[in-house]
Design a binder for this molecule. Structure first.
Ligand code: SAM
Length: 236
């Protein structure tokens, strides 16, 4: 065959990751709660509080799945807007755009449904886009923030995703589980995911990779003793 072994494995990995999330999309949120005992909610709260969203923000949440991070960003802006309304803030000037980008349309569809339940629509600046973390299609420098929560590990080339992140944003934040993961689907997919967790670089090494992509002031915070960590960096 004209395909190298590595290349075939990489293609297989993308397909498998796709299959896993297609099959779990409808039960994803419930499983997340069960498998983290609800803790993922606190981790996402912490992520968004570190991001400090603001009215008018252009934010890109990659591997955004069913919208958990995006909803928190919007909730946070809404509560800030509430406070600002008492001051001089002009609602018309607000031009908030939160983009949820995910490779899997099933996850996005669940997210759109959840958004409707919460009363969030395009009018609130929420947009759902199917796309690959390794090849984003936004204009360079068009974002104020970038997050990728529990998603970087599923990406085939971490460096590519990081350099894409660097082209778009001012901040980059990411949550990485060192152990423990939502897994479902067939055995082969399961093995790929377990493997991807095992192979994912340790906190220090991942911080270095973020730095190598160009970000400055890179830091990370370990949660629950390093089972999960939030990495952050700035494009200055
Ligand atoms: N961020 C969400 C959360 O924290 O609940 C979803 C995390 S889920 C574990 C991982 C998501 O990454 C899935 O929705 C999957 O479709 C998406 N994904 C995997 N590879 C991707 C890629 N190359 N580009 C964009 N999204 C990807």
């Amino acid at each position: 065959t004209s395909f190298g072994y590595k290349q075939v494995r990489e293609e297989e990995k993308s397909t498998l990751v796709g299959n896993v999330f297609s099959s779990v999309a409808s039960s994803y949120d419930l499983m997340n709660d069960l498998m983290s005992a609800g803790l993922h909610r606190l981790w996402k709260d912490r992520l968004v509080s570190k991001l400090s969203p603001f009215p008018g923000m252009k934010h890109l949440d990659v591997a955004g799945g069913t919208g958990d991070v995006a909803f928190r960003v919007l909730d946070s802006i809404k509560s800030e807007r509430h406070q600002a309304m008492r001051g001089t803030f002009n609602d018309d000037e607000e031009d908030t755009h939160i983009y949820v980008c995910d490779i899997n349309p099933n996850m996005l569809n669940v997210g759109k449904r959840r958004a409707a339940e919460r009363g969030y629509s395009e009018e609130h600046g929420l947009k759902w886009i199917q796309g690959d973390a390794e090849a984003l299609s936004f204009e360079d420098g068009s974002m104020d923030g970038y997050t990728i929560a529990f998603g970087i590990r599923n990406v085939t080339h971490i460096e590519k995703a990081l350099s894409e992140a660097y082209s778009y944003d001012v901040y980059s934040f990411s949550v990485i589980p060192a152990v423990g993961e939502l897994v479902a689907g067939d055995r082969q997919s399961y093995q790929y995911l377990v493997e991807s967790i095992r192979r994912f670089p340790k906190q220090e090494k991942f911080a270095q990779m973020i730095q190598e992509a160009g970000f400055e002031r890179v830091e990370y915070e370990n949660l629950v003793g390093g089972v999960v960590a939030i990495h952050s960096g700035l494009k200055l």
